[in-house]
Design a protein around this ligand. Structure first.
Ligand code: ADP
Ligand code: MG
Length: 235
């Protein structure tokens, strides 16, 4: 679904990605882990088409739709439109960009809000929601566009553990239905959801494998050190 070949990206003198190659299958869930500054966000921003890069290539199997590239992106802060209700946040892009009727968009939005467990706040404004509810609304908003690829950059890092697990429950329902690339430090949840975990270090892929290979039997000492740090993290 996504073929990344020898991708290199710098910000001025800082090399953020150094010769990264990675293939991701359709409907695979890949978690990207690694220390801050290792290039995780740069990688998924490049996949999203939000960042230029100097060399290498990214090819996807997406079929572009009118005005929409088929890639959904969720950030660690939900970035909802503060002046719109949750329902309006969800229906805006499908109506304006995809040209779906408002009635149809609202029906889909209500169904999705029900699915992510926040139907009751559909007419509320983002500021009155908890951060976990906001993040679930942000995911639902992405899903309204029916992305084939969903990219999430530390979607639970601003959340308490209970809200984080609610967000992961939502992601679990999407498994096997779309291609997901998830940046996270939450090792327990990465284990539950991922088909594959990629450990990045210094702009490179240091090690990758199944959750058990990476979490329980890491080969590289850097991977082991990072996993130990995360496991000992106290919330
Ligand atoms: P991560 O998401 O793993 O923390 P990033 O992809 O954000 O890593 O960053 C990789 C490297 O690129 C870091 O050294 C970071 O300081 C640098 N970097 C990221 N974004 C920018 C930017 N907009 N301008 C300059 N340097 C950046
Ligand atoms: Mg980042």
């Amino acid at each position: 679904m996504i073929r990344i070949n020898q991708l290199t990206k710098s910000y001025d003198a800082t090399r953020a990605l150094d010769n990264v190659s990675l293939n991701i299958s359709r409907n695979e869930v890949v978690s990207i882990i690694g220390y801050s500054g290792s290039g995780k966000s740069s990688l998924i921003r490049c996949i999203a088409g939000l960042e230029p890069y100097e060399s290498g290539s990214i090819v996807t199997d997406l079929v572009p739709k009118k005005g929409y590239n088929g890639i959904g992106m969720v950030f660690n802060r939900a970035n909802l439109f503060p002046h719109l209700t949750i329902l309006q946040n969800l229906t805006l892009a499908p109506v304006e960009v995809l040209g779906i009727s408002r009635k149809e968009a609202e029906e889909e939005a209500i169904e999705l809000l029900d699915k992510v467990g926040i139907w009751a706040v559909k007419d509320s404004y983002p500021e009155s929601l908890s951060s976990g509810q906001r993040q679930r609304a942000a995911i639902a908003r992405s899903l309204m566009m029916k992305p084939e690829i969903l990219l999430l950059d530390e979607p639970t890092s601003a959340l308490d553990p209970v809200s984080a697990s609610e967000v992961f429950n939502v992601l679990t329902t999407l498994k096997d239905k779309m291609t997901i690339v998830l940046v996270t430090h939450n090792i327990d949840l990465a284990r539950l959801i991922s088909d594959r975990i990629v450990f990045m270090s210094g702009g490179r892929i240091c090690e990758q494998g199944t959750p058990s290979e990476i979490i329980d039997h890491p080969k590289e000492h850097q991977t082991r050190a990072y996993i130990n740090h995360c496991m000992n993290m106290v919330y």
